[in-house]
Design a protein around this ligand. Structure first.
Ligand code: ATP
Ligand code: MG
Length: 255
């Protein structure tokens, strides 16, 4: 429950887009339980954040919480302020009241999501895939898609189907799609998971540069810290512990 007076909290947040306090997600399936525990997390506008950790530690789960896809089991405070001119939205209250449409609208408008598996629609051309989020928001046609495609080196593929592209090219299309509707936040789940380390570093560097040019806050999950470190991202501290029988895993994230 919220314990501080709202005005105090708002003042302290400054340029904070995400403010989480004691947000917990519990999962249990077939006798195996997983808990993601976020005692305190603040993400400021324009920050570039890295969530690094081994497979299964909860990176995708954390990103899904930040994208209002996964419902936390327990929330003391979860506020989201994509436009610093506006007052923060109480995400905890929206989940409490099951306002799924409001959460979905907030996601569509402010967040670009680059999925772990690319998530491109195979029957749409590259151009239409990149345009998806813009179409949903009924944004008017301009040169955004062409510009992004050029910057990402995929302009010559715009009229092709994703299935005819290489893995690295598809990942660049997914990044273009995450950026095309000019969101203030882009969440990327292992955007370079299936390309070689050299290509991965190039794609990540390009992604960070595009985000920085547009003053977009970036949150990216990866299991590899080396090339992310070189790009200067802020790494969230996390600790994963497992019970001796391996049946209970808990990851604690702070940052
Ligand atoms: N849909 C689901 N149903 C049940 N358990 C799940 C589900 N998705 C993930 N989990 C479990 O939750 C835990 C965290 O998973 P998560 O996908 O967040 O890990 P991750 O760090 O993203 O791993 P990876 O690096 O392999 O992508 C794991 O123990 C996983 O088995
Ligand atoms: Mg994952």
């Amino acid at each position: 429950m919220e314990t501080q007076p709202h005005s105090d909290a708002t003042q302290r947040e400054g340029g904070t887009i995400y403010h989480l306090r004691n947000v917990v997600l519990d999962r249990k399936s077939e006798g195996v339980s997983f808990r993601l525990n976020v005692p305190s997390l603040q993400i400021r506008q324009g920050e570039q954040i890295a969530v690094i950790g081994e497979s299964g530690c909860g990176k995708s789960t954390l990103l899904d919480i930040l994208a209002f896809i996964a419902k936390p089991s327990d929330i003391d405070s979860f506020r989201f302020r994509p436009n610093l001119a506006d007052s923060p939205t109480d995400i905890g209250a929206l989940w409490d009241k099951k306002q799924l449409n409001a959460l979905g609208d907030m996601r569509k408008q402010h967040i670009g999501y680059v999925m772990q598996t690319g998530g491109l629609l195979p029957y749409l051309t590259v151009r239409d895939n990149i345009n998806l989020s813009r179409n949903v928001l009924k944004m008017k046609k301009d040169d955004t898609v062409d510009t992004l495609a050029r910057e990402l080196g995929i302009a010559r593929h715009l009229d092709k189907l994703p299935g005819t592209l290489s893995t690295g090219e598809r990942q660049r299309v997914a990044i273009a799609r995450g950026l095309a509707h000019q969101p203030s936040i882009v969440i990327a789940d292992e955007p370079t998971a299936s390309v070689d380390p050299f290509a991965a570093e190039k794609i990540m560097a390009l992604f960070m540069e595009l985000a920085e040019d547009r003053n977009i806050t970036v949150i990216v999950a990866s299991h590899a810290w080396r090339h992310i470190k070189r790009l200067g991202l802020r790494r969230l501290a996390h600790h994963t512990s497992r019970s001796e029988d391996g049946r209970t895993t808990e990851t604690v994230v702070n940052g």
